[in-house]
Ligand binder design. Structure first.
Ligand code: AMP
Length: 416
């Protein structure tokens, strides 16, 4: 299958060739022809599947084909949960529309609105936005959504997790009734299905490579240790392995800052990225991580979501997420494009409950080992006690920490 057989015009084919893509990804192959036909889409796809081109290319083609106005009303609206994702999408749109007379721009909070307002005034065809800033500027009558023909909700699951449901409803109420809707989500919870049923019109279901097949390419390991030893262990792993580009996940913003400081103290370049950081700091951290000047990026789930950082050799869960699906999203940052990646979780005894949830989601057990000198204490520290209902399991894990899941490791191996 080539991009040409998908029905894209020469100007888009040229742009795609310029990006160096030789053939469409699964999601592109499935979604592009349907979108070109005018269908609503409910797509299961996460970052790394090529979903952005999957919705951008056909929208560009349809906009270009029906261009008539002298002035440019907003005809396509792309909503995303985070600023980083919004900025990334806009960058992609610019590259794909290089041979077209289509204008696009991005708006998000955390920066002064004056420049955004000035650009909006000149007219744009495609607006990429985070919900808050979009509603702010709409309230101030700096933009109108009355002529929107295409709506994309990207990473819809994350938008709901971040509490954007009300904002989404408000935005939907501002749009014309007749329009084409595309919803992209990595997971399909009840809430997502409800949202989909509310605004999609007979949608075609599109699925990218199932999540599991991506996960199976990743070498997953658990290092059991005490909470108080995690930072030391992480630093040892980075230094011993001479890791040059590591993404580390923490559960909280505060935890991200603290860990970052400890790493920097050891002379390893690191930056934290989370919701409390200014947009400038986040952009700088991400750019530094991509260009190699920052070795360790410490991130919270929300901040890292949607970041396009190709082919990370290592992803570390400094703390496990309490939502099992987030584990899959996190480790999906490694082992992309057929390359093997390594996902290591540092697990203290208070997190064993999360391990069980993750294993249930994956459908297999994870390998659990210990590193010499970092063994978890046999007597649990007071602040790492599990809830009483799991006491029997806790004992098992604490008395036999070494390679307790070897049988399952072999099973994992054969899956890879
Ligand atoms: P996305 O999932 O949209 O964030 O895209 C992930 C990465 O894949 C981006 O760096 C894209 O530039 C790249 N990409 C998208 N489509 C293709 C393709 N057909 N061939 C190769 N790379 C692609």
């Amino acid at each position: 299958m080539s991009f040409k057989t998908l029905g894209l015009t020469d100007n888009l084919l040229k742009a795609v060739a310029q990006k160096g893509y030789t053939k469409p990804s699964v999601i592109q192959e499935k979604a592009i022809p349907l979108i070109l036909k005018g269908k609503d889409i409910l797509a299961s796809a996460q970052t790394g599947t090529g979903k952005t081109a999957g919705f951008t290319l056909p929208i560009l083609q349809l906009l270009e084909a029906s261009k008539h106005q002298k002035y440019k009303p907003i005809r396509a609206l792309i909503l995303t949960p985070t600023r980083e994702l919004a900025a990334q999408i806009q960058e992609n749109i610019k590259e794909y529309s290089i041979f077209l007379d289509i204008k696009s721009m991005v708006i998000f909070g955390g920066v002064k609105p004056a420049k955004q307002i000035a650009t909006l005034r000149q007219g744009v065809d495609i607006l990429v936005a985070t919900p808050g800033r979009l509603l702010d500027l709409e309230n101030q009558k700096k933009l109108s959504l009355k002529r929107v023909e295409f709506l994309v909700l990207d990473e819809a699951d994350r938008m709901l997790d971040m509490g954007f449901q009300r904002d989404i409803n408000k935005i939907l109420a501002l749009l014309p009734k007749r329009r084409q809707n595309l919803l992209f989500s990595a997971t399909f919870s009840k809430e997502i299905k409800k949202l989909a049923s509310e605004f999609l019109d007979h949608p075609a279901m599109v699925e990218a490579t199932p999540e599991n097949s991506t996960v199976d390419k990743i070498i997953q390991k658990i290092y059991r240790t005490d909470k108080s030893n995690k930072a030391k262990l992480l630093i040892k792993l980075i230094l011993d392995g001479n890791w040059q580009q590591v993404l580390v996940f923490t559960r909280t913003k505060h935890g991200a800052n603290n860990l970052c400081k400890k790493i920097v103290k050891k002379g390893i370049s690191a930056a934290a990225i989370h919701g409390n950081k200014s947009q400038g700091a986040r952009t700088k951290a991400l750019a530094g991580f991509k260009d190699g000047s920052i070795r360790v990026l410490v991130a919270t789930d929300i901040a890292a979501r949607g970041l396009d950082i190709p082919l990370l050799p290592q992803v570390i869960n400094y703390e496990l997420p309490n939502i099992s699906e987030d584990y899959v999203h996190r480790i999906g940052r490694t082992g992309r494009a057929g390359a093997n990646g390594e996902a290591i979780s540092l697990v203290s005894s208070d997190e064993l409950e999360y391990v069980k949830g993750i294993e249930k989601l994956l459908g297999y057990k994870l390998v659990s080992t210990v590193i010499e000198g970092f063994e978890p204490s046999l007597i649990q520290p007071e602040n790492e006690k599990l809830k009483p209902k799991n006491s029997s399991r806790r004992n098992n894990n604490n008395t036999k920490p070494k390679n307790s899941n070897n049988r399952n490791f072999n099973r994992n191996k054969s899956r890879r």
